[in-house]
Design a protein around this ligand. Structure first.
Ligand code: ADP
Ligand code: MG
Length: 741
């Protein structure tokens, strides 16, 4: 087996070309170039007679070389090779720059096939840098006319790869480089084990690389592609299976659920019955917790599906078994909200050391970046002494100064901002690795979860607790139907008059010229994505600091309005949230800071301005803030996007269904993979070039099973090429992570 794929391009293609490939496309090795797959294939032009050659058309001609000349270029360095072709009726010229060596092929009297686009130069028709293939002999002894016809048909019908290219490196140049490599390609080591290649009837890696770059038929290209997609899925799943197996080999303190403790006392005072899903997931977690290796579980469920209750029950079980728990939230608002709702749910069970506390009680502490020195010291002390059963916070909990007496369980809410490495930091905070529960409110299809969180076991809460009210959603096209927007503000006032509360959401804070800086963190991703669409003419998104005064002075003049956004000091944010929860504010005008977790049952309506600036899942998440109580919810998606635009289609999809899983599919199908896997992980740098998690669901499932079979069976070390591919992928992930911090 050759390890040609690791060879540097400079050795094969020379300094200049290799530099251009590296600079323009980031390709350094032969393998990089071989994995720079064509985007599509073009066919050569039809066989055309000289008399009917039209400017601009792609054509193929059969002709004889009548004259060849090479001369130096006038204005710059280099040469031009000119070839005059004739078919007996007329002439056509070919030009090649800096390719004087072709003179040898193109000797006068030889006959050949030539393909390219017809251009006019000084009134003469010509082909620049045509593809060609010389036919043996000359017109005088062309031999078998049938054989020639066949070759013509084959040549004219050939599929030409079209590559992602740059100004300096056009597709045909890349194609030349690829051909140079393919001409010398030996049998290369295949990351896919032979047994799998055989079982699925796949071509070998070497065959697949040949086929994808120079297929004889589209079918051949398709087969190669499928195999390469499978290889990507398989390598990724092998990496994840390795991680899972490493995690299983870790030792953790088992936390056996016992009776007569906090958990039992909590269950007894819970004002509602757990849903069946909550019970099932709780049981799964309890089984995990009493293992001698750490739990690594992802809990996913719709907004409001009751994940927090499940997580709290797990925490209580761990406290009962002598451990402490850390709950990490992505923002301070959320950490505070968790602190409030958890202390509230626990009631006297959270009042250890205070008068009126229950005997089993524990202590819940909050540690965020904005805590003052005294609060901080006392929280740290409670955490270090073991007094605090539950510590809630943001990444501040990851700080060096935070030492737990006996960390038994880490719960991470809204995972996607915590990378594998951050989990490792937390894990290092205990003598033995703690159990880990990751909660995500973004419902994602199974395969996506398998791909992104493939080293975690997955639990899903599908049903919503009883008593949830439906949310009616409508799109309001503000340009086409301005009256609808006026009506929307009336609705808000009506809701307020009926004793309810409402949200108005804007994508931007305002008060600065720099729009990107101005977006709340999560809205920002989509802004980037829209920037990528050159045809989308963008006006500035609505800003809370502009919108709020207008609304307060106008349609909402009679109601109590407050604003909430990420640039407010956290004590102000906290106060506003508290006042809104307490019903002291009627309408909260906010940015996406309210996206996750905010839970005010009396809130019924939400107006989202410039709704097209948000992602589908994000809109779904946002609207989950209303209809959380007994009153039905209403969500109005205001947009200036035109009917039939893809932005408008996305909003229509959100309005049409309340199924978060369905919407996350819509989202995934529309976004590029990179947005799903984290921006830095898209494209070549992630090793995921062809794989699409939604489209390739079945393949991923198969790959996952096969990879697990190998990792848990003989082990990947038996397959050096696979082990190398897995190590490379892991290294890419690490460097991506480093690039992100
Ligand atoms: P999530 O974290 O999944 O968004 P929460 O755990 O915050 O959901 O629950 C949302 C709301 O539903 C909370 O007010 C919670 O008390 C309530 N809730 C949770 N489980 C149930 C249940 N089984 N029955 C009724 N209400 C529930
Ligand atoms: Mg929650």
């Amino acid at each position: 087996m050759s390890d040609q794929l690791n060879e540097r391009l400079v050795k094969v293609l020379g300094d200049r070309t290799a530099k251009a490939l590296e600079k323009g496309l980031g390709l350094r090795t032969v393998g990089d170039l071989m994995r720079h797959y064509p985007r599509r294939y073009a066919e050569r032009g039809e066989l055309t007679q000289f008399a009917s050659l039209n400017e601009g058309e792609l054509v193929t001609v059969v002709a004889d070389v009548s004259k060849v000349s090479v001369r130096p270029l006038r204005n710059r360095k280099g040469t031009m090779l000119e070839v005059i072709l004739t078919d007996g009726t007329g002439f056509l010229s070919l030009t090649f720059f800096n390719q004087a060596w072709r003179e040898r092929d193109l000797a006068p009297g030889r006959r050949g096939l030539f393909a390219g686009r017809v251009t006019l130069f000084r009134g003469k028709r010509q082909l620049t840098h045509p593809d060609y293939e010389m036919l043996d002999g000359s017109i005088l002894d062309s031999g078998d006319p049938l054989a020639e016809q066949e070759r013509v048909a084959q040549f004219a019908g050939a599929l030409l790869p079209v590559y992602a290219a740059t100004a300096k490196l056009p597709s045909w140049r890349i194609g030349q480089c690829v051909r140079t490599i393919l001409d010398n390609l030996e049998e290369v080591a295949d990351p896919l084990p032979a047994s799998i290649v055989e079982r699925y009837g796949y071509p070998s890696l070497t065959e697949a690389l040949r086929s994808i770059h120079s297929p004889k038929t589209l079918f051949e290209a398709k087969q190669a592609r499928e195999r390469l997609i499978f290889e990507e899925a398989f390598t990724l799943q092998a990496l994840l299976a390795e991680r899972r197996s490493k995690l299983r080999s870790l030792v953790a303190t088992p936390r056996l659920v016992r009776s007569g403790g906090l958990l039992e006392a909590f269950d007894a005072k819970l004002p509602f019955d757990l849903t069946r899903g909550q019970r099932e997931v709780s049981a799964e977690i309890e089984v995990d917790l009493c293992q001698t290796h750490p739990m690594h579980r992802l809990l996913q469920g719709e907004v409001g599906s009751g994940k927090t209750v499940v997580a709290l029950r797990a925490m209580l079980a761990v406290i009962d078994a002598g451990g402490q728990c850390a709950l990490l939230a992505p923002t301070e608002v959320l950490a505070q909200q968790h602190f409030r709702s958890i202390t509230e749910m626990l009631g006297d069970l959270a009042m250890k050391g205070m008068i009126g506390s229950a005997t089993e009680a524990t202590k819940v502490v909050l540690l965020t970046g904005s805590a003052n020195a005294a609060q901080r010291r006392s929280a740290l002390l409670d955490i270090a002494s073991g007094e605090a059963g539950i510590a809630i916070g943001t990444h501040a909990l990851l700080g060096d100064k935070v030492g737990f007496a006996e960390l038994g369980l880490v719960v991470i809410d809204e995972q996607h901002r915590f990378g594998v490495e951050q989990r490792d930091v937390l894990r290092a905070k205990a003598s033995l690795p703690p159990h880990l529960l990751v909660m995500t409110a973004t419902p994602i299809p199974r395969t996506v979860a398998m791909t992104i969180f493939g080293d975690l076991d997955i639990s899903t809460l599908r049903e919503m607790p009883k008593g949830r009210s439906p949310i009616a959603s409508h799109v309001i096209p503000e340009l086409e139907k301005p009256a609808f927007l006026e009506r929307a503000w009336q609705r808000i006032v009506e809701e307020v008059n009926a004793g309810r509360q409402d949200y108005i959401v804007t994508p931007r804070i305002g008060g600065t010229e720099n729009e990107t800086e101005d977006m709340e963190e999560s809205a920002d991703d989509l802004a980037d994505e829209l920037d990528d669409a050159p045809d989308a003419v963008r006006t500035k998104a609505k800003a809370i600091l502009d919108v709020a005064p207008e609304l307060i002075a106008g349609p909402l003049s009679g109601v109590r309005v407050e604003i909430l956004h990420g640039r407010l000091p956290s004590d102000v944010k906290d106060q506003v949230m508290r006042d809104f929860s307490a019903g002291l504010i009627d309408v909260l005008i906010a940015t996406t800071v309210i996206e996750v977790g905010v839970d005010v049952a009396n809130a019924t309506a939400m107006v989202i301005l410039d709704a097209d600036r948000f992602g589908v899942s994000q809109l779904h998440q946002l609207r989950g803030r209303v209809g959380r109580g007994i009153h039905p919810g209403l969500c109005l998606l205001v947009t200036d996007s035109a009917e039939g635009s893809s932005a408008r289609d996305r909003l229509d999809a959100v309005a049409a269904t309340q199924d978060g899983f369905e919407l996350s599919r819509v989202d995934l199908e529309q976004r590029r993979e990179g947005d799903v896997l984290g921006r830095a992980q898209s494209g070549a740098s992630s090793g995921l070039r062809l794989l699409r998690v939604v489209r390739d669901e079945k393949l991923i499932e198969i790959a996952r099973d096969e990879a697990a079979g190998i990792v848990e069976g003989v082990g990947i070390d038996q397959f050096p090429a696979l082990a190398a591919a897995v190590a490379e992928l892991a290294a890419m992930e690490r460097s991506d992570y480093l690039a992100k911090v």
